[in-house]
Design a protein around this ligand. Structure first.
Ligand code: FEO
Ligand code: CA
Ligand code: CA
Length: 627
């Protein structure tokens, strides 16, 4: 790893760089042991057939439905692909809606060039790079998509001579502007959907946009800086990964790998919290060399102001985004809000790093249709998930009594609070999605090569456990839970594994995957997830796309659709080589689905010049609903 520059590392490998494994040989030995443990598979699959949590045994009912041909899918599943194209099933069409560099306002028309990308002067007037979580809103009869631009590829944005590291303050500004959030009106024309340029609802929110720290941390010493001695106003929302939508129709953008933007030009400040969050050393984009705000030796509290769920009101382009500190600070993947049976508001949230935790926020107050709700995200309780091996589980409260930390420390150093409370270490919790037709939640646990190999960054044991049953887990799984009495605010739940991804053409042990995985639908590294209104689970992958070795036959990253009742999973979409599928939402009439294509390879979609991350529209040729 030492011979690679930081910018060439995936965010996952960046974590590893900060917190390296003991040594490669030990890792290899553990993989060997895991693979040769033949007896293990039976134990793992007993979750489905032996202990049916949700009425029908998951794995056994999957087999049964296959035999009966009871598929509810309206499409014929597609094959894997290894090319530089998007594929959808027969009878469906896809088309690019918007690409990195496309103008959101007329003044930026023609700003993008295939040779040099976007000039700095226009960089906050165009669609950002590396699209991720998104939601669709209807505002005064207009359709508006809010969409994250998670990070930048500096080698694509900056002149070649820079070799991927900004050389001037202007180049840093360009990178800052290419990330964050885009709010854009879209409309249907003769050629499908397009972005409505110059709409008064269009907005770019970047690493420099002013926003509030809302909730219990507002004004606290831990979030005060020299530029903001009151600790209430922050610039920027960073590394916006997954998303969520509130019951009151605002957008939740989730700050994931915020740690990578900070660096120290001098002495590092002291504190266990920096190490636990992977903060220190050199920043990924050299921001700290040009902007003291990102220099830890000058502004030790600045990183305490990032890593939150931030609420944005797309209906008011002048509104201040609100960092909802009550929801805790960690590498937030997404924020799945549901209205609990008892009227309270519940937000499920994953912390995407190896061996970190799954969380839940429960508001103190209740919500009713038609109410605004922002304040409900300022006053509530935070919990970490504990999964017991007997398929029960509980939400452990993060309080001074359970953690030995004060209320503010719990919100700034939430990971340390979760460790102290005794949560279950997970295999990189990515998106959470809740079934709209019944009270159950699903979390994609994307993979974790360190499971059973080394502790997490806080030293917590990461031996195999119920929902994370495979050592050196490179394929991932999806865990689901049903809250007690159908009430998402309840403290207790039962759980099972909806699917364990794997490769049955390469392995005949636990790494072959659960019985609803076969040679025709296999995939690795589930990441994005969302339910369509008909109760189907759409699963997006961000995995190994080399199509060889453990991943032979899986092809490019893909989007699949799963039936929660039968366990059946079918491949719906493949994306260009190199890309992952990120973010999903539907048009108001449900006739069009929008999915993101992040970090494509080649010259997709233009066919020449640079690869351009894009949002793609997908619809049925017969005009029927697709979700
Ligand atoms: Fe940005 Fe965990 O994905
Ligand atoms: Ca993700
Ligand atoms: Ca991922």
């Amino acid at each position: 790893m030492a011979d690679k520059s930081l910018i060439d590392l995936s965010w996952d490998d960046f974590d590893e760089h900060r917190d390296p494994r003991p040594d490669a040989n030990q890792f290899d030995a553990v993989v060997e042991r895991a693979i040769s443990r033949r007896g293990f598979l039976g134990g793992a699959l007993a979750f489905g057939s032996g202990a049916a949590v949700f009425g029908t045994g998951l794995m056994s009912s999957t087999t049964a439905s296959r035999a009966e041909g009871a598929s509810k899918f309206a499409f014929a599943p597609i094959d894997t692909a290894t090319d530089f194209a998007v594929h959808v099933p027969e009878g469906y069409k896809s088309q690019v809606l918007v690409r990195w560099g496309d103008a959101l306002w007329s003044e930026a028309d023609g700003a993008y060039s295939a040779e040099s990308g976007v000039p700095v002067e226009m960089s906050d007037k165009v669609f950002g790079e590396n699209t991720d979580g998104m939601e669709l809103f209807v505002i005064d009869g207009k359709e508006v998509i809010t969409v994250n631009s998670e990070y930048v590829n500096p080698k694509i944005n900056l002149p070649e001579a820079s070799e991927g590291m900004p050389q001037t303050a202007d180049e840093v500004r360009l990178l800052k502007n290419m990330q964050g959030v885009t709010v854009m009106e879209i409309a249907r024309g003769d050629n499908g959907y397009h972005v409505v340029k110059d709409s008064p609802l269009n907005r770019r929110i970047t690493h420099e946009t002013e926003m509030n720290i809302a909730g219990p941390l507002a004004g606290h010493d831990l979030v005060k800086t020299s530029a903001d001695p009151e600790g209430r106003t922050v610039k920027g929302t960073m590394n916006n990964c997954g998303a969520g939508k509130t019951l009151w129709n605002t957008y939740l953008t989730c700050e994931e790998n915020f740690n990578g933007y900070f660096g120290a030009t001098g002495e590092m400040p002291e504190g266990e919290g920096y190490k636990r969050y992977g903060i220190g050393g050199e920043g990924r984009y050299a921001y700290e060399k040009f902007d003291p705000r990102y220099d830890l030796s000058k502004e030790p509290n600045e990183p305490h102001r990032h890593g939150f769920v931030t609420e944005i009101n797309p209906a008011d382009p002048t509104s201040m985004p609100q960092k909802r500190s009550a929801l805790g600070r960690f590498k937030h993947e997404n924020a799945e809000m549901v209205h609990a049976a008892d009227g309270r508001v519940v937000v499920y949230m994953g912390d995407d790093e190896r061996g970190e935790y799954l969380y839940k926020y429960v508001s103190n107050g209740t919500w009713a249709e038609g109410q605004d709700g922002g304040d409900l995200l300022n006053d509530g309780a935070l919990f970490v998930a504990k999964f017991n091996d007997d398929q029960t589980g509980e939400w452990l409260p993060l309080t001074p009594e359970t953690t030995g930390m004060d209320a503010a420390e719990i919100l700034v150093f939430t990971r340390m609070a979760a460790s102290a409370a005794g949560g279950t270490t997970m295999d990189r919790p990515e998106w959470v999605a809740c079934n709209p037709l019944k009270a159950e939640g699903y979390c994609a646990l994307t993979n974790n090569k360190n499971r059973g190999v080394k502790p997490n960054a806080g030293g917590d044991d990461t031996s195999v456990n119920g929902p994370n049953p495979r050592e050196a887990n490179r394929y991932g799984q999806i865990v689901r839970w049903a809250p007690e009495a159908g009430n998402h605010a309840a403290d207790a739940f039962t759980w099972d594994l909806y699917v364990m991804a794997g490769n049955p053409t390469v392995h005949d042990d636990a790494y072959a995957g659960s019985s609803n995985v076969n040679a025709g639908n296999m995939f690795n590294s589930p990441d994005g997830m969302a339910f369509s209104s008909d109760g189907m689970l759409w699963i997006q992958t961000d995995g190994d796309y080399k199509n060889e070795g453990d991943f032979a036959g899986m092809g490019n990253n893909q989007m699949l659709i799963g039936d929660p009742e039968t366990g059946e999973i079918a491949r719906f979409m493949t994306v260009p080589y190199g890309a992952e599928v990120t973010g999903l939402c539907w048009s108001a009439d449900k006739k069009v689905a929008f999915a993101g294509v992040q970090h494509p390879g080649g010259s997709w979609p233009d066919g020449n010049g640079k690869p351009r991350s894009s949002v793609v529209a997908i619809w049925r040729e017969d005009g029927a609903e697709i979700g």
